[in-house]
Design a protein around this ligand. Structure first.
Ligand SMILES: Cc1cc2nc3c(=O)[nH]c(=O)nc-3n(C[C@H](O)[C@H](O)[C@H](O)COP(=O)(O)OP(=O)(O)OC[C@H]3O[C@@H](n4cnc5c(N)ncnc54)[C@H](O)[C@@H]3O)c2cc1C
Length: 512
């Protein structure tokens, strides 16, 4: 506004005193408008908290860590002595894998299980349970580790934001809720790498069906339900809300020669274009590993303890074993840096802290490249050079488009009074009427899995350079495009003032 006024006065030769009066007038209006937006925003947050607070029932978690372990005294060392084990298994990290592990292991009442989670409950957070809310969590340091990568050479030296959840359910409590299980060939390739056929798709497919309860949707009768799980704890389906441009994206894909598919996880494999199946239930709520596996019945088990705000600081090892190899015998943990610590012994320790924190915990415990550990003052227990090395994630290239119809739901990030009213309407629809609507969006709406050597999509005349085939099998994709109803940068931190639509291109098979 001020720069527009400067420009106007330069053009019209507006006199200085008159200009000052106009500036003050405009400033006052802007302030009143701002105050109104702030007040409406505050009202919106209160309404949200009231509506959601009433729903989140308190769960049976242990936050008094004296219940989970014993305080560490001067005698605690990494070589024992072994005390009576209170648990059979300690699971470190109550994320996507950890919740499933703790629930499945404790089905046997003779196995005493302790689950240690660094954060609190994800299910208690409205931003997690409401499908469209997770963007508000990604920069919340209480609930998410706001990690950044090392500067990336191939991304112009940029250090990329790389959030990892710190709550029960782990990243399944903050992710985009897209249910995509991967290409058959990728599993077969892993099985071949490690020489273990149990990882092949032929064997692993049964576990995908086992964890899943696909909820058939009347609009998607083409999904072959015989390939979907029916009785598992994780509900999947098409209950998210998607926007017209994403539907048009699928039609456009078919128009350029990508086959239409109905299920990326079906018997025909991953290739094709379709709407994405999601981890959102019939009531339009996120399904996380916590909500699916740590149900009230599971939490009532006498042989399961779930400790929250319990960060494992190291795994304890017995280094005086008969075969000379260190054996994990317990875990040391605390609730805050520099605060008191506790220890607990068990017959087995499972580390499920995720791709970043599992190696971190191992290295803090003395398992990893010996030289690197020594340089950080950690006494190596086992020199394992591969720990903490060669991590690869799938990079994404974002393509932004202006939405000429001005219909994108960018008002979900309110920047005006009318945006706030629209958002209040969406809150009313979602929480009071219970009919989903914009808050049931997960933003990852439709996708296409393709191969970069597909001659129909990339004709040789136009793309003469041959790329290295990085795919795992002839019917496996190496690229994924997915659509979102608006464009954003930095995981949603930065939006656009104008209406937009976006496509995101994932490199599925990174090699270097
Ligand atoms: C922003 C984002 C979007 C994504 N979108 C999708 C998607 O749409 N679809 C999809 O399938 N996948 C998606 N993913 C990936 C998917 O969510 C993860 O691959 C998966 O959740 C990883 O599970 P995990 O059990 O290995 O680790 P996590 O789920 O990360 O769990 C690790 C847990 O360990 C805990 N922990 C760590 N260190 C310690 C410690 N020292 N002591 C105690 N606890 C500890 C953490 O707090 C966390 O709860 C997304 C991921 C992110 C980050």
């Amino acid at each position: 506004m001020a720069s527009a006024l400067s420009e106007a006065s330069a053009l019209t030769g507006l006199q200085a005193p008159l200009r000052a009066v106009i500036e003050r007038f405009i400033g006052a209006i802007a302030q009143r408008k701002k105050a109104k937006i702030v007040l409406s925003g505050a009202a919106l947050i209160i309404v949200l908290k009231l509506l959601l607070g009433a729903r989140s029932k308190s769960r049976k978690y242990v936050s008094n860590l004296d219940t989970a372990g014993e305080p560490v005294g001067a005698s605690a060392t990494s070589t024992g002595p072994l005390v009576d084990t209170k648990y059979d298994v300690v699971v470190v990290g109550g994320g996507t894998a950890g919740c499933a592990l703790a629930a499945r292991l404790s089905e046997d009442p003779t196995i005493r299980v302790l689950l240690l989670e660094a954060g609190g409950s994800g299910a208690a957070l409205s931003e997690s349970r409401t499908p469209a809310g997770y963007g508000r969590l990604l920069y919340n340091a209480t609930h998410v580790h706001g990690l950044r990568t090392e500067p990336q050479l191939e991304a112009n030296g940029k250090s990329m934001f790389w959030p990892r959840a710190k709550m029960l359910g782990g990243c399944s409590s903050i992710n985009a809720q897209m249910a995509q299980y991967g290409a058959f060939g990728d599993f077969n390739e892993w099985a071949a790498y490690i020489g273990d056929p149990s990882w092949s798709w032929k064997n692993i497919a049964q576990y995908f069906r086992k964890f899943e309860a696909y909820q058939p949707h009347p609009s998607y009768p083409e999904v072959d339900t015989s390939a979907r799980g029916r009785d598992g704890p994780v509900h999947t389906g098409f209950f998210n809300t998607i926007t017209p441009p994403s539907r048009a994206f699928v039609d456009a894909c078919v128009g350029v020669g990508i086959k239409r598919t109905h299920d990326f996880n079906g018997k025909d494999g991953t290739l094709g274009a379709a709407r994405i199946m999601t981890y959102i239930d019939k009531n339009y709520r996120r399904v996380s590993a916590e909500t699916a596996y740590l149900t009230p019945n599971v939490l009532n088990r006498m042989n399961l303890t779930v400790a929250i705000h319990a960060t494992a600081t190291r795994v304890l090892f017995d280094t005086k074993t008969a075969n000379g190899r260190p054996r994990a015998v317990g875990v040391e943990f605390g609730s805050r840096e520099g605060g008191p610590t506790w220890k607990v012994y068990a017959k087995e320790v499972v580390v499920s802290g995720g791709a970043v924190h599992s190696p971190h915990i191992l290295m803090l415990s003395g398992i990893g490249p010996a030289q690197q550990l020594k340089s950080r003052g950690i006494t190596p227990i086992l020199d394992l050079p591969g720990v903490g090395q060669r991590l690869v994630d799938h990079p994404v290239v974002d393509l932004y488009f202006k939405d000429k119809n001005n219909l994108s739901p960018k008002w979900l990030k309110p920047s005006s009074l009318s945006d706030v009213w629209k958002t209040l309407g969406a809150v009313f629809r979602y929480h009071v009427l219970g009919t989903g609507g914009p808050l049931a969006m997960n933003f990852g709406e439709c996708a296409a899995f393709v191969r970069s050597d597909d001659p129909v999509l990339f004709p040789e005349a136009e793309f003469p350079d041959k790329l290295v085939d990085t795919s795992s099998a002839p019917d496996s994709p190496d690229l994924e495009l997915f659509s979102t109803p608006f464009a954003y940068k930095e995981h949603g931190k930065i939006g656009f003032d104008v209406h937009t639509f976006a496509l995101h291109v994932y490199l599925l098979r990174c090699v270097w």
